[in-house]
Design a protein around this ligand. Structure first.
Ligand code: ATP
Ligand code: MG
Length: 212
């Protein structure tokens, strides 16, 4: 049996075609099913549905053999116990610094001001500003980062941006790209050795499906 950890929403939706290419069909829709363990058409493959940021944890401890998670999530997790096998090039977006319209970010950085940054991505933000030599106070949030600068919680945010519509709706502007994000296939290190005959063909079909 192999267990694949996925999150609902965009990752599940964008993974489904790759699974189909590998001959795997999920037999229930995670958006409507209340089940957290979903069967597939292959009796030796099952899918578990977990919070996006929990995917690396399930794979790290071997509760799932494989998982699909954003680069953002993998960086925050740290990657212990995981092999990063493949960039699936799905769920693409960018990790950005954003500030309220009218806030002179360049000038604040140049003048050495201490910046308050609200984000879910503490490690990514810390490394980014440390590399720039900018002093920051990081404020950990779990969602709706866009709100923070509007109510004086922070000067800026570090968040994922795709269309930019959420920023625009809240009078924020992206001022710096930290990195490009896409989702990666990760594999438990022990599982790759012990279940190689089951896992390797799946990796090969994923790789082929990504590059077509
Ligand atoms: P939760 O909603 O459970 O707090 P989450 O917001 O991290 O978790 P999703 O919104 O499903 O979960 O995002 C899952 C992954 O998809 C993210 O880790 C990121 O890699 C990617 N992602 C997030 N936002 C976008 C976006 N706007 N466009 C494309 N990909 C995105
Ligand atoms: Mg979300």
């Amino acid at each position: 049996m192999i267990t694949l950890a996925l999150s609902k929403g965009r990752i599940f939706e964008e993974t489904a075609p790759l699974l189909e290419a590998a001959g795997i069909t999920c037999l229930e829709n995670p958006e409507t099913s209340r089940k957290l363990i979903l069967p597939t058409n292959r009796e030796n493959v099952r899918i578990i549905i977990v919070r996006a940021s929990d995917v690396p944890t399930y794979v790290q401890y071997g509760a799932a053999d494989l998982g699909i998670a954003g680069r953002d999530v993998l960086i925050e997790h740290g990657g212990t116990g995981l092999y990063q096998m493949l960039d699936l090039k799905i769920a693409k977006c960018r990790m950005m610094v954003a500030v309220p319209e009218g806030f002179d970010y360049e000038n604040a950085v140049r003048s050495g001001a201490r910046l308050r940054i609200a984000t879910k991505y503490i490690r990514t933000a810390r490394e980014h500003f440390a590399a720039k030599g900018v002093h920051v106070d990081l404020i950990k949030l779990y969602g709706s980062m866009e709100l923070a600068p509007l109510v004086g919680l922070s000067d800026a945010i570090v968040d994922l941006v795709s269309s930019g519509n959420t920023l625009k709706a809240n009078h924020l502007v992206a001022v710096e790209e930290i990195m490009q994000i896409s989702s990666r296939l990760v594999v438990n290190q022990a599982a790759l050795k012990l279940k190689r005959t089951l896992i390797q063909p799946l990796l090969d079909t994923f790789a082929k499906a990504v590059n077509t």
